[in-house]
Design a protein around this ligand. Sequence first.
Ligand code: NI
Length: 388
Amino acid sequence: MDILEIRERYGKDIEAFRAAAHRCPELGTEERETTALIRQRMGALGLEELALGLATGAAFRLRGTGAGKTVVLRADIDGLPVTEPAENPDCSAHPGRMHACGHDVHMAALYGAALLLLGRGGAPGDVVFLFQPAEETTDGAESVIATGLFERVQAGCAFGLHNMPSMPIGTVGVREGALMAAKDSFSITIHGRGGHGAAPEQCVDPIVAAAAVISAIQTIVSRNVAPLDTAVISVCSIHGGHADNRIEDAVTLTGSCRTFRRETRALVMERLGQIAAGCAAAYGCTAEVAFSDETPPVVNAASLLGAATRAAEATGRVVRPDMVMISEDFSAYCERVPAFFFFLGSAADENAAPLHSAQYRAHPDTALYGAALLAGAALEAARDGGES
Ligand code: NI
């Protein structure tokens, strides 16, 4: 079914869902109004709800017409702590919250995929529509996995997408293998000995040591990671001190590392620890380094490339996107089943604002393309393998 036909038959319904979702953005694990909206709309289609046992998020199943494998289609549902310009149509009714990453569009696309599949009498295998909470904090997918959903539905594979305002509307990004980076957050606390700002000789200043640590960390990517490999290490916060006449006792730095390869990830973490400890010691301080929030890389399964490519070709113009250093908790599904993640063009024009910007706005047809893509992926993947 082409986009004109989808717009004609389902456009109003899909857009009404998107607009309603756009008006009630909620942060990860707080998506209660959003979950109620999803239940109401998906329930109205007569789909069976699969209990997740989570405070937010929902899953529904469309039974297959044959022996095809079970395909999980996933949309994320959380918003961001961004204030939306009041003049926007369907402006957020929640102050300080905005669907600035287009997860409202992803939800509408998944709802649209349900409409399309129902309209053609289902797919060869079961299709599970998963509305996942808390993607922005990259821990929603793990919480869904922990419910045992994938085992209960005997998931054979999974598909998801993210809209990309850097790509024109009507394009679909398909890339095999690694697509989005792994992320590890870190915290480095440098301990010195505080005292009077006028008597540094009686103190051990952790701020000077922190400055040296931050500079030295830059050499991990430039001197330790191989030139043709890729990594990013960003120190994103510094906390220490408050008075202008006191040397502080401790300074805490936080940031994140992004990598694609397991070996690179291990190298980056090892060097961060060594540099923080060695650099701090050179200034008479000690350093404590802690890592958290591990998110693996999104790696698209080679076994799904054919199905993904056919679905994309039937939807729009296929492009091969570059890998990105952004992370996505869809990676948790990639670790459980063969999974494939698409980038979907959402730019209305060349000046489209980026994701997470208060000026971000997806092209109005984005959810229609997303619906076609997800429905197509479910059909193609179920056809590809009767066995799961
Ligand atoms: Ni997002």
